[in-house]
Design a protein around this ligand. Structure first.
Ligand code: NDP
Length: 269
């Protein structure tokens, strides 16, 4: 099965290593390549791949919204996220899926044993990643999901967009109060620039702190450790889980993830 990941840049992507391990484990024959798409030619580059027999692909920064527009059919997760990270080629139909949210959820619940029901969740950031994780999180029936963002208006809008799925509210980072909060998810891109969102309140006390960024200790993880968090985790498990969900979507085979998370962490150290 001919598969790929499209992005720009793409060199850093761990997806080929993850999917190769899934293929070895499940006995599915795949060829999975990284493809650098020019920023203004995403659709053309994917069409070439499909013409050469491509059966499925992942999409990463900055093309997740372009991929949404390319897909001719959308899952509910893709629809609510307004972004697509996985496409399956089914004849002339391109089925768009978004596995980021289910990836986070599986890491939190299966790998880390966290029950989200009745919990108070604080998400930092109101970009594409937050939009992708909100529906699967709200489906776990937490007591409340608070969204705090540097640009407050984006957080209030997102909270409004998802209010029919559960208890949501949105505000600026400066409005974060001292806890109690059960889980804090850093879905900002601040870690990419080695920065920490500006939070003064003692909200990390006793909270589980999860950074979507993976691979390196981040300023958010330092902040959580220095502020008495009960657990501090990076997003590598989410990365492997979202890939597992994509692999199953393409092949119908559900790979086991624990050994793959360990192997990818060792590779990335
Ligand atoms: P976007 O560019 O869509 O959104 C970025 C968000 O970060 C915005 O809310 C922005 O606030 C905020 N932000 C950026 N810099 C700062 C800062 N210095 N202080 C406070 N807030 C800041 O990015 P995405 O939502 O697509 O991605 C977010 C992160 O999630 C990335 O690090 C990405 O790598 C990670 N990710 C990880 C995945 C995984 O599998 N582990 C999957 C998907 C994403 P404002 O609106 O004010 O600009």
């Amino acid at each position: 099965m001919k598969l790929a990941v499209f992005g720009n840049p793409i060199e850093h992507s761990l997806s080929p290593s993850i999917h190769t391990l899934f293929a070895q484990q499940t006995g599915v024959q795949i060829e999975y390549n990284k493809i650098l798409a020019p920023v203004n030619a995403f659709a053309e580059t994917t069409q070439d791949f499909i013409a050469q027999g491509g059966k499925g692909f992942n999409i990463t920064v900055p093309f997740k919204v372009d991929a949404f527009n390319l897909a001719t059919k959308h899952s509910i997760n893709a629809q609510t996220a307004g972004a697509v990270n996985t496409i399956k080629v089914d004849g002339n139909t391109l089925i768009g899926e978004n596995t980021d949210g289910i990836g986070l959820l599986n890491d939190l619940t299966k790998n880390l044993g966290i029950d989200l029901q009745n919990k108070i969740v604080l998400i930092l950031g109101a970009g594409g990643a937050t939009r992708g994780i909100l529906l699967p999180l709200l489906q776990q029936r937490p007591a409340q999901v608070m969204i705090a963002n540097r640009t407050a208006s984006k957080a209030t809008q997102l909270a409004k967009d998802f209010e029919s799925y559960g208890e949501t509210c949105g505000f600026g980072l400066e409005k974060i109060k001292d806890g109690p909060v059960d889980i804090i998810i850093n879905a900002t891109s601040a870690s990419l620039e080695k920065q920490m969102p500006n939070i003064t309140a003692g909200v990390a006390n006793n909270a589980i702190c999860y950074d979507l960024m993976y691979g390196k200790q981040t300023p958010f993880m330092d902040w959580a450790q220095n502020n008495n968090a009960s657990m501090v985790v990076d997003g590598l498990g989410m990365l492997v889980e979202q890939a597992a969900s994509a692999f199953e979507f393409w092949t119908g085979k559900q790979p086991k993830t624990q050994t793959v998370i360990e192997a990818i962490r060792a590779l990335n150290d």
